[in-house]
Ligand binder design. Structure first.
Ligand SMILES: *Cc1c(COP(=O)(O)O)cnc(C)c1O
Length: 364
């Protein structure tokens, strides 16, 4: 038996979500963030599916080179810039945009000679405290970059929000204010918004938005699902029922006998497990869609299988389609956010960790 586990990537949904992001910032540009293999959807699948994207952002040189060599012509931004001066020749050869987030990277550029200056995104730390130039150093580093032969004008001034996923959190406003203040007297175009900020901020999203998770149809907000903001799931993780058995009250199900049947019931076995990237931490009760109806996970997640309570499923039979997350209006939608919260994680992680043995297909 070949494994029935599959990830279907819906390119129409991807384009819908990109256009939705773009519509939040009329007149502005939108960079599709496709790091981590396109949030697990496939780097080239996403890049080719989003031919209309204004630009792409990735986390590593390897990803950028794959895109260029596949003929992707748009602007590509390296979100962490370069680690060593030697990498600048690759940046030049592949015509990449780079983030500059520290003084060392400014020095590297100052000693680099190039025919066509490079596009630089100056990352300012306004409170995330991960990567970024300290507020106190912004003016001097901005001046050095502006004077640097290897750097194109205008610079892009950017920052990244730490708490935008919580609509009630005030820290976003603190960071926005800090960004406004420090950039008020500086030349450059601006980029501040990830997905959450793109959906939350109502005015002045700047020249470039940088949506990631929303492109894939998952909500960037805590306690929300993508459809709350009009997003459509791009990945559907699906498999099939490969076993059905009648159990009686008190029967333990799965490893460790950690779960015990509270009544006589039909239990189904689905060909999906942590070997496919389904989270081991998913608790009993995690929703699983069988034949378009919602069933509940019972027992521990195994490497290749999970077990589900089929009590409320009409006439289940072997081979029936099971959706672990995603879906469409036609099949019904199982929000990945519900699976994530039931597994103590976030949709980002679930999407990124689908394993290589799952067959990926695209649909339109
Ligand atoms: C990953 C990333 C994004 C996209 O974030 P989402 O929450 O997925 O929208 C935007 N900007 C930067 C700098 C990032 O690293």
């Amino acid at each position: 038996m070949s494994r029935p586990s599959r990830a279907i990537i819906n390119l129409a949904a991807l384009r819908h979500n990109y256009q939705l992001a773009k519509s939040r910032n009329p007149g502005g540009l939108a960079m599709a963030v496709i790091k981590a293999n396109g949030y697990g959807h496939g780097l080239l699948t996403v890049a080719n599916g989003l031919g209309e994207a204004d630009a792409f952002a990735v986390a590593s040189m390897d990803e950028a080179i794959i895109l260029r060599e596949a003929g992707i012509a748009q602007k590509i931004l390296l979100l962490a810039g370069v680690c060593a001066a030697a990498e600048l020749s690759l940046v030049d050869r592949y015509r990449l945009d780079i983030v500059v987030h520290c003084a060392e990277q400014v020095s590297m550029l100052e000693s680099f000679r190039v025919q066509d200056p490079l596009n630089v995104w100056l990352k300012i730390n306004t409170g995330m405290n991960r990567l970024g130039i300290a507020i106190a150093d912004v003016v001097s580093l901005h001046a050095r970059l502006t004077a640097c032969q290897a750097v194109a004008i205008p610079l892009v001034l950017m920052t990244h929000f730490a708490n935008a996923d919580d609509r009630r959190d005030k820290y976003l406003q603190t960071q926005r204010q800090a960004f406004k203040q420090v950039t008020a007297s500086l030349s450059g175009i601006k980029s501040i918004a990830n997905s959450a900020a793109t959906l939350f901020i109502e005015d002045d999203l700047g020249d470039w938005i940088r949506p990631g998770i929303m492109l894939y149809g998952a909500s960037p907000f805590i306690n929300s699902i993508g459809s709350d903001d009009g997003l459509k799931p791009v990945m559907t993780l699906e498999s099939a029922l490969i076993g059905i058995r009648q159990q009686v009250t008190g029967d333990p199900v799965g490893y460790g006998g950690a779960w015990v049947c509270p009544q006589d019931m039909l239990v189904g076995v689905v060909a999906i497990g942590y070997g496919d990237g389904y989270p081991w931490h998913a608790k009993a009760g995690t929703p699983v869609m069988v034949n378009g109806q919602v069933a509940k996970l019972v027992g521990r997640v195994s490497m290749d299988m999970i077990t589900v309570d089929l009590t409320n499923i009409k006439k289940p039979k072997l081979g029936d389609k099971v959706i672990l997350w995603g879906g469409s209006d036609k099949s019904g939608i199982l929000p990945i956010e519900e699976v994530a919260s039931s597994a103590g994680t976030i949709s980002y992680e679930l999407l990124c960790q689908v394993t290589a043995r799952v067959k990926f297909k695209t649909s339109d």
